[in-house]
Design a protein around this ligand. Sequence first.
Ligand code: IMP
Ligand code: MG
Length: 173
Amino acid sequence: MVIGKPLFTEDQIQTKVEELARKINDDYKGRDILAVGLLKGAFMFYSDLVRHLNGPLTVDFIMSSSYVSDRSSGKVTVHYDIREPITGKDVLIIEDIIDTGISLNYLLERLRQRSPKSLKTCVFLDKRCRREIDIPIDYVGFEIPDEFVIGYGIDYNDQFRNLPYISILKKST
Ligand code: IMP
Ligand code: MG
């Protein structure tokens, strides 16, 4: 495995996070946000983003998995779910990366059935060219090409999540 040079540096990431937070703050203006982070991948982006969001805000998480090593299994398993009712709440889903859209589509459908007042999505990295299910993403950090990336919460076999920057992972030959 070879970790390439940063695709996005810490500075570029933080600048983008602040830009996204400004847009979200403008759109929600004083409304209570239920910020739902998708674990594990979104943990770093989530904690950076919520620091810049104006209150009132509550935090919660969903832990699901759809990936086996470096490819999507196409099957989503929920390991941990939001415990409070979300009926009538303004829910903002915060995710690290969207690829085929299968995972997020599944989770959005599941949450929609619980009648939130609104349901929006904020995704840090978007591999748009790989999309199989066209779901609306309200806030996107960066659009990226079809490369396997790691760092800033994003893993390969549960490793590399702690890198403070994002790099492309190349399989060594
Ligand atoms: P989707 O269901 O195909 O959209 O997959 C979304 C999930 O796959 C993300 O939340 C990540 O956990 C994982 N994923 C997609 N692309 C990458 C990548 O380049 N590196 C690491 N994980 C990825
Ligand atoms: Mg994820």
